[in-house]
Design a protein. Structure first.
Length: 488
């Protein structure tokens, strides 16, 4: 019976019709009634949504200062709530700039070299391994190549592979090498040919083909495409970074169709290069905008809608995964080098909680959680016609169930959209999860009216919606998002 119902669900064609008012700007005249329609082609599944698509990224310093410790606070549950079997990446600017590897049984030099602000030891890698083992996550971890040491680099590589084993998907040889001249690590004129030589030294130290790179700051940098072509046999993953919005981005810009188009367009050249070499392509450091984000944008509810849409857009576009960057200090306060981490998925409410490693979920965390509810499977092609700022995705899950995500990216004061979803007479009901916020420019975010509690749990129980006469009717609030799971 289960197989029969799954087959029926796979054959369903869905049509969503929406009506409502367009969001009004100050002084703008009311527009005509709007409509949205979506037709899903269930018969022709397309690209794959991987179960580990939505991951996290942190500075390597977080390991060096004792964070990500599952014996403390709620960090383990924060990872479990986001979802098991995903991906964490540890590198960032602190990798090459100021992190020194200290081999097993040795003490850090005294005094430390002038450039060193953080140290990393095998005990730190062992603590990471406990997190990975408890969550089923896997990792990429960086090795300092901007300030390469011929003794310490190979020792770190050996320890990482010994401790993490298959949980280490790839060592990362340096971070953002296309900015090493700017940061003073390399002389003027340092170019890809020079970097490839430095990368080769690190690759020889790693000694296998589990290397992720080149981790370029430039999303469309030719260094990534060149490395994919030149070092295919040594790479396990091609990686770049992306912060698509600028330093003066506003909420309307963050949620605009123009930015969405730019996000995928910037990745296309390196995605093509990865596909040509049959390499996974991961945006292993990403967020709304660089330098810690923008107060009032990156740390508000708008970022929840952006992150959910960003994850699903890139997955449907062929990207293998994303790692959303963040920091584990006090929310909205500087955590290192005077830098803020306003875009972080979770952070501490105060200094006491920071020391205890007790974190609260920020809006972007909820958006990532919603994206993960789509599970793993294959995207179903769809056609969307609307004059509203809405995006939609459909996935035929590996479990046989069809899931639909709809993201309404307008101001919460705009009119709702009435969704009439034609699912056929054999679908009896659906489960609906709804993410809402009081205002795009406020922090408050909830799923099913609930929030992540102090222990790190999110007890969001979906609504069960009856299907009547082959139709599923929903009212989608402006500035909200839903994940609909058909009971098939």
């Amino acid at each position: 019976m289960r197989k029969f119902r799954a087959a029926v669900c796979a054959a369903v064609a869905l049509t969503m019709a929406g009506t409502g008012q367009t969001a009004l700007a100050v002084g703008q005249k009311e527009s005509a009634q709007s409509a949205a329609s979506i037709t899903i082609d269930s018969a022709n599944p397309a690209g794959r949504l991987r179960g580990d698509f939505v991951g996290l990224s942190f500075e390597i310093r977080e390991l060096g200062i004792g964070n990500l410790d599952i014996s403390k606070g709620n960090v383990l549950q924060m990872f479990k709530t986001l979802g098991r079997d995903s991906n964490i990446r540890l590198a960032g600017n602190t990798l090459d700039r100021d992190t020194l590897w200290v081999p097993r049984g040795q003490q850090p030099p005294n005094p430390l070299p002038e450039w060193v602000a953080n140290t990393l030891t095998p005990a730190d890698i062992e603590r990471l391994n406990r997190l990975l083992k408890a969550t089923g996550w896997k990792a990429e971890v960086g090795i300092n190549v901007g300030r390469w040491d011929p003794v310490l680099g190979p020792d770190q590589a050996k320890e990482m592979f010994k401790i993490l084993g298959n949980r280490l998907l790839g060592a990362e040889c340096g971070n953002e090498p296309d900015q090493w001249v700017l940061r003073g690590y390399k002389p003027t004129g340092y170019a890809y040919a020079d970097y490839r030589k430095d990368w080769a030294v690190c690759a020889a130290a790693v000694g296998n083909n589990r290397i992720a790179g080149p981790d370029t700051a430039g999303t469309s940098s030719s260094w990534a495409a060149n490395l994919a072509k030149d070092e295919r046999d040594k790479l396990s993953m091609l990686t770049v970074h992306q912060y698509p919005a600028g330093a003066t981005t506003t909420i309307p810009t963050l949620l605009s169709p123009e930015l969405a188009a730019k996000q995928l367009r910037e990745l296309q050249s390196n995605l093509t290069a990865a596909n040509e070499q049959n390499l996974p392509f991961r945006v292993d450091e990403a967020n709304s905008t660089y330098s810690g984000g923008i107060d009032g944008v990156s740390n508000k509810y708008a970022s929840a809608l952006w992150s959910m849409d960003y994850a699903l857009q890139l997955a449907q576009g062929g990207v293998s995964g994303i790692n959303i960057h963040g920091g584990l200090g006090v929310c909205n306060e500087p955590i290192w080098n005077g830098r803020f981490q306003r875009y972080t998925p979770f952070c501490a409410a105060n200094k006491e909680d920071e020391l205890a490693q007790v974190y609260k979920a920020m809006p972007i965390y909820y958006g990532l959680w919603m994206a993960r509810q789509m599970g793993s499977g294959k995207f179903l092609p769809l056609q969307l016609s609307t004059d509203r700022n809405i995006t939609a995705y459909a996935v035929k899950g590996d479990d046989g169930r069809t899931r639909i995500a709809v993201v309404q990216k307008e101001d919460t004061t705009a009119a709702p959209v009435k969704l009439d979803i034609k699912v056929g007479n054999r679908v009896r009901s659906a489960e609906v999860l709804t993410m809402t916020g009081t205002n795009l420019a406020e922090e408050a975010t909830a799923v099913q009216g609930t929030t992540v509690d102090r222990r790190g749990h999110l007890k969001a129980r979906p609504d069960n919606v009856r299907v009547r006469n082959g139709s599923l009717n929903l009212n989608l609030k402006a500035g909200s998002a839903v994940v609909i799971t058909l009971d098939c």
